[in-house]
Write a protein that binds this ligand. Structure first.
Ligand SMILES: NC(=O)c1ccc[n+]([C@@H]2O[C@H](COP(=O)([O-])OP(=O)(O)OC[C@H]3O[C@@H](n4cnc5c(N)ncnc54)[C@H](O)[C@@H]3O)[C@@H](O)[C@H]2O)c1
Length: 394
């Protein structure tokens, strides 16, 4: 079976370039992780080309000063068009708020740049459709920052499912909780507006959960859901003035995949006590798999076969090691763990491979459009208090 990702070995340089010149847009949380990935990727994946950090855009002069220096960008700018329209840039990393993704991606593609864009793809399904159409017409490579699909544990789980180790999937039960918005006085931000974030916990975190469910279990066919905003007003970060929250704090959904398997899922950024509880249990006709991103160095596998002795029948814990590619690119010793930034390096590896081999990157804007349609359907189901069919987008 064809894998979505091929992360083993050195990519072949089929397009004969000697260097990729990188522009990074936005130097917040994600900008830092993309930049570190661009810096470390060559050594980790033995890229047959050089990578040059050519330009950094950010809104803050202090940020540009600090990060332009410490990451050794050739130049910094407070105008993102200086990066997206420049002749000396081959690829851009879009690490700005959701509302900026579409325009930046479209301008970069129009100027011949490959685009690695953070998730969620856009604030609306129409914007995602437009971005995917632009990318398709450009012939350039795109990839979305769905890093959790790139961990060695997740790649191993995907392979086990594809190899039929748990049989036909009958159920996906997902949960994704973080607690960073539990405090009712956590400040208002672009994430809490329809224009800025698009959706709340659904777009920010649910996009990870939904994309992961689709990647592992196939396209979704129908959904019923409820979104909820618990803290309806939050203080402005500078003035303290209370402002309306336009997006959701949590959602729960139930539905079916096109295969007929069921899913249930819950996502919340007011999930007390949780820092990165992106987890699931996938049940099949021959076994089951459990995973939690808070313990990304392990997963749990149950197989009916070979479990006839009821005295020892049960899940086993598998610790991630060098036989779960590409863990071995980072560390030779099993159980010694990789982390969040390593997933970003694996993403960079996938993107550079796709560019050099003139191949599709995963997940590209077409894949992202499929996720965005499911995300929108969750919101529509809640608003309509109805079951919504999810139609194929591409
Ligand atoms: N893949 C993941 O796991 C993950 C994790 C966090 C965030 N994200 C995504 O990454 C993107 C950025 O999130 P972040 O947490 O890094 O944000 P951030 O607030 O830490 O940084 C955003 C950066 O964008 C710049 N910016 C702010 N407003 C802008 C505007 N109007 N126009 C252009 N640039 C602007 C800022 O200068 C800032 O440095 C979002 O789309 C978010 O959903 C992904």
């Amino acid at each position: 079976m064809k894998r979505d990702l091929r992360i083993d070995g050195q990519p072949e340089n089929k397009i004969g370039i000697d260097k990729l010149r990188v522009g990074v847009l936005g130097m917040g949380f994600m900008g830092g992780t993309h930049t570190q990935a661009w810096q470390r990727g060559k050594a980790v994946f033995n890229w047959p080309i050089d990578v040059e950090l050519t330009a950094l855009f950010d809104m803050s002069a202090d940020n540009l000063d600090l990060n332009g220096n410490r990451f050794e960008f050739a130049r910094v700018t407070n105008d993102w068009r200086d990066v997206c329209e420049a002749d000396d840039i081959d690829v851009v990393s879009i690490c700005t708020p959701n509302f900026a993704h579409r325009e930046m991606a479209e301008v970069a593609l129009a100027h011949g740049k490959h685009v690695w864009c953070e998730k969620p793809m856009a604030t609306t399904l129409d914007d995602a459709r437009a971005m995917a159409a632009t990318a398709r017409a450009s012939g350039l490579k795109t990839m979305l920052g769905y890093n959790y699909m790139k961990s060695p544990a997740m790649l191993a789980i995907k392979t086990l499912i594809e190899d039929g180790r748990i049989g036909e999937i009958t159920h996906f039960n997902g949960v994704y909780q973080e607690d960073f918005m539990c405090d009712p006085n956590a400040p208002h931000s672009w994430r809490l507006t329809k224009k800025g974030g698009g959706k709340g916990a659904l777009g920010d975190m649910g996009s990870h959960q939904i994309s992961m469910a689709i990647w592992l279990c196939g396209p979704m066919a129908e959904v019923s859901a409820r979104l909820q905003t618990v803290h309806k007003m939050r203080p402005d970060a500078t003035t303290g003035e209370m402002k309306e929250v336009e997006t959701d704090d949590q959602y729960s959904a139930i539905g079916t995949f096109a295969s007929g398997a069921m899913f249930t899922m819950h996502t919340s950024w007011i999930g007390q006590g949780h820092k990165m509880n992106l987890g699931f249990e996938i049940t099949g006709t021959k076994g089951a798999i459990k995973f939690d991103q808070e313990r990304m160095g392990e997963f749990h596998l149950f197989e009916m076969d070979g479990n006839a002795d009821m005295a020892t029948n049960g899940y086993k814990t598998v610790l991630i090691g060098p036989w779960h590619a590409p863990f071995g690119n980072f560390c030779p010793a099993p159980g010694h763990h990789v982390g969040f930034n390593e997933m970003k390096i694996i993403e960079a590896g996938e993107f550079v491979r796709a560019i050099l081999e003139d191949d599709k990157a995963f997940p590209d804007f077409d894949d992202g459009l499929v996720y965005e349609a499911a995300i929108q359907a969750v919101q529509d189901a809640s608003e309509a208090r109805a079951w919504i069919d999810i139609k194929p987008e591409v």
